[in-house]
Write a protein that binds this ligand. Structure first.
Ligand code: B12
Ligand code: SF4
Ligand code: SF4
Length: 418
């Protein structure tokens, strides 16, 4: 531990006192979006400091720190293969290969005290042009941005208004051993957020938990880094500001919901129509004028009220089985938002024992299907309607999302290439 001063969080007490002054129209638009999204946010709401998330607490909070945490992080740098299926040298080799682009981005700014994509926004290759491009009408600008994002590799694109509630009060500082707080002040003057969705490979997700399956996560972090920095470069080239982010800077989930990409589930994830929960998000903050999407609700909340499959399947029992609550299990949960909240310390402790991340709660969800198939689109539509109970029974009966053994994934991979 260093004895440097730690800028103690003000617990988000700067909100709403110093929030940007919103016009009555902007406030009404926000209230309407909250209603449509189903967000329930009370006067107890406080913005969240990134230092309090479990990954950062692992560096300063004795409640989270352990030998297993140290071994978990070491396994990322120097894998420690073991005999069990899914944890062999082949599995760790693919896991670390999948992460390599994201790690390269994360590592390149370390000398400057920056961990890009995780604690700090990405540095973008193309600087902001001095002269702004002539713009067509705003709806056309927005369509062009969607097309460019898809061209660059995004699987989903949504646009929403900048909302300071989801910006971390502070970032966590990589150059401090105890992850001290540091200012997170990149976003002044931003008006919109472009949220990008990145599909995770279904065949790999089916092999969770294993080091092999975790390659599905690593590959998307690598994709996110490449795609989100390219989109921000494009906007900079037009002469507008663009801040490219992955896990850093702000909460992804409320933004993805506000941008109309999906609904919140008991498993703590945004469930999309296109991929269910099997998707990750990155975000570009910008002052380019854009039309904002609206939240959509298609029945996920009602399904999660009737289902507890993710909570039953979670080995350390980190997920809630009851209704949404305003207060979460500990300091790693934002306060003042009525929602399903996980016990993140239990979740992360389980990962550290595996020496790889977990996503069982993503795999087992009945919404995790391959929607290129007609029968799965039909299943989803029925699950979202009056036949929900029957669909949940069928899902349990046929256990579509049972685990695939990692050795079978490798067998299929070599058969496919033959
Ligand atoms: C830290 C973190 C974790 C940590 C710790 C979380 C914590 N509370 O400390 C742990 C280890 C638990 C974790 C696990 C996983 N994570 Co995670 N995680 C994050 C990260 C980096 C930060 C979230 C955060 O700051 N949470 C702290 C506070 C706010 O947590 P909370 O109050 O419990 O709120 C949670 C939810 O309720 C929701 N939320 C927050 N505010 C609000 C407000 C409203 C109105 C609503 C409805 C929801 C909501 O988001 C929070 C997610 O932790 C985000 C990326 C990002 N910047 O958002 C990814 C992220 C949430 N994780 C993601 C995923 C997929 C996973 C895993 C499946 C692991 C994996 N292999 O990918 C598991 C799922 C575990 C689970 N069921 O919760 C995805 C979710 C994608 C999706 N489809 O929604 C994200 C967005 C990363 C990404 N790049 O896409 N994660
Ligand atoms: S498993 Fe069931 S309760 Fe959990 S997120 Fe999916 S539908 Fe909701
Ligand atoms: S990631 Fe694994 S341990 Fe964490 S909540 Fe999901 S099932 Fe539980």
């Amino acid at each position: 531990m260093t004895d440097e001063p730690i800028l103690e969080s003000d617990g988000g007490a700067d909100w709403p006192a110093n929030r940007p002054s919103l016009t009555p129209e902007e406030l009404e638009a926000r209230a309407a979006s909250d209603r449509q999204a189903g967000f329930v946010i009370s006067e107890n709401f406080r913005r969240f400091s990134q230092r309090d998330d479990v990954f950062n607490r692992a560096w300063w909070d004795p409640e989270v720190m352990s030998d297993d945490v140290a071994a978990f992080y070491a396994a990322h740098r120097k894998p420690d293969p073991r005999k069990g299926d899914g944890y062999t040298q082949w599995d760790f080799a693919l896991l670390n290969a999948s992460w390599s682009v994201a790690r390269d981005f994360a590592g390149r700014g370390m000398a400057k005290g920056r961990r890009e994509g995780f604690l700090d926004p990405f540095e973008v290759f193309v600087p902001q042009a001095e002269q702004q491009a002539e713009l067509p009408p705003v709806p056309e600008v927005t369509d062009r941005i969607r097309s460019v994002a898809a061209f660059l590799g995004a699987d989903l694109v949504g646009v929403t208004a900048y909302d300071e509630r989801w910006t971390y009060t502070h970032s966590a500082d990589i150059s401090s051993e105890s992850r001290a707080e540091k200012p997170n002040d990149w976003l002044d003057g931003m008006t919109s957020v472009i949220v990008l969705g990145h599909e995770m490979e279904r065949s790999l997700v089916q092999a969770y938990p294993s080091a092999l399956a975790a390659a599905a996560t690593g590959r998307e972090y690598s994709h996110e880094a490449a795609i989100v920095t390219s989109l921000a470069s494009f906007i900079n080239g037009l002469g507008f500001r663009a801040v490219a982010t992955s896990n850093d800077t702000a909460l992804a989930i409320p933004y993805a919901i506000q941008a109309g990409l999906g609904e919140y589930g008991r498993n703590q994830m945004v469930i999309t129509k296109e991929f269910g929960p099997r998707v990750r998000f990155s975000k570009v903050f910008t002052d380019l004028p854009l039309v904002h999407d609206k939240p959509t609700r298609f029945g996920v909340g009602e399904t999660c009220n009737a289902c507890t499959k993710c909570a039953e399947a979670c080995p350390p029992k980190a997920l809630p089985k009851g209704p949404p609550q305003e207060v979460g299990p500990d300091r790693s949960n934002v306060s003042g938002v009525t929602k399903w909240s996980a016990d993140c310390n239990k979740c992360f402790t389980y990962w550290t024992k595996l020496r790889a991340d977990c996503a069982i709660c993503m795999r087992v969800c009945p919404y995790n299907r391959d929607y290129s198939k007609w029968r799965n689109r039909r299943f989803r539509d029925l699950l979202n309607g009056p036949l929900r109970g029957l669909m949940l029974w069928l899902d349990a009966r046929f256990d579509i999302n049972r685990r695939v053994a990692p050795k079978d994934w490798w067998r299929t991979a070599s058969a496919d290439s033959g």
